[in-house]
Write a protein that binds this ligand. Structure first.
Ligand SMILES: Cc1cc2nc3c(=O)[nH]c(=O)nc-3n(C[C@H](O)[C@H](O)[C@H](O)COP(=O)(O)O)c2cc1C
Length: 226
């Protein structure tokens, strides 16, 4: 079958976080293919430290049910790594604040509407309706260098998904429910959950998917010395 190859630039510029998916399933052969191509991501010493477990169908439903039960009974779990530093310094705090404001504005939820914001946040537990959830683990004996490698793997995969017409939402959210996730994935106790990735086809009708996140200007992060 002939398919169009997307330029890396186009994939980078087009990729965005999608937070409303259609229920259409992602073919198993397709996800296996992309997960394998992303395995070409570089890693220091070629350690290839990424470990990935995919949940779909019945197993994904079990996770969603368990997540809701866990949240109702005990609330969030203690994450195994520091997802955010506290307090968050500038300019990162402002970047985070800006995307949060833009997100709620896109769906017409006012700043003071706590319930509305919580209802949107809670959709994380349903993977925003995505039919596939990927969970990225890392051997807990490894360190920050290998987390960098894992990030390269995840971005490579997100770009490949984009090229094949699929969308995704990285979900640090699941690190606050890592025990619940691992009770379903049955990942080795030697592995630590880094994050999840909701994968599926974008619901183009959903307002939330019209959100365009901004980016810092070049001068804020790049300096060329000659
Ligand atoms: C590691 C990581 C974890 C994330 N966790 C969440 C999450 O739990 N829930 C969510 O809605 N978005 C999450 N995001 C999406 C970010 O909010 C998003 O990438 C950022 O605002 C930039 O927007 P864009 O992806 O549309 O360019 C996460 C992104 C990354 C890279």
């Amino acid at each position: 079958m002939l398919r169009t190859i997307m330029s890396v630039e186009k994939a980078l510029l087009n990729r965005k976080t999608v937070r409303a998916f259609k229920p259409d399933p992602v073919p198993k052969a397709l996800i296996e293919e992309l997960v394998e191509i992303a395995n070409r991501a570089p890693s220091n010493g070629n350690l290839q430290p990424w470990r990935v477990i995919a949940l779909s169908g019945e197993s994904l439903e079990v996770l969603k049910t368990k997540a809701v039960q866990k949240l109702q009974q005990d609330g969030f779990e203690q994450p195994e790594y520091q997802v955010y530093v506290s307090p968050m310094p500038e300019p990162y705090r402002s970047h985070r604040f800006a995307v949060g404001e833009a997100l709620y504005k896109t769906i017409g939820v006012a700043r003071e509407d706590k319930a509305g914001r919580q209802a949107q946040f809670a959709k994380n537990a349903e993977l925003f309706g995505a039919p596939l959830g990927l969970f990225f683990y890392i051997d807990r004996r490894l360190g920050p260098g290998q987390w960098m490698d894992l990030g390269m793997y995840i971005q490579s995969l997100m770009l490949l998904l984009e090229e094949r017409g699929l969308s995704s939402c990285a979900q640090g959210y699941w690190s606050f429910l890592h025990e619940t996730v691992t009770s379903v994935t049955e990942a080795s106790t030697e592995w630590m959950l880094a994050c999840g990735l909701a994968v599926g086809y974008e619901d183009k009708e959903a307002f939330i998917n019209s959100l365009e996140s901004s980016r810092q200007p070049l001068g804020e992060f790049f300096h060329l010395k000659e």
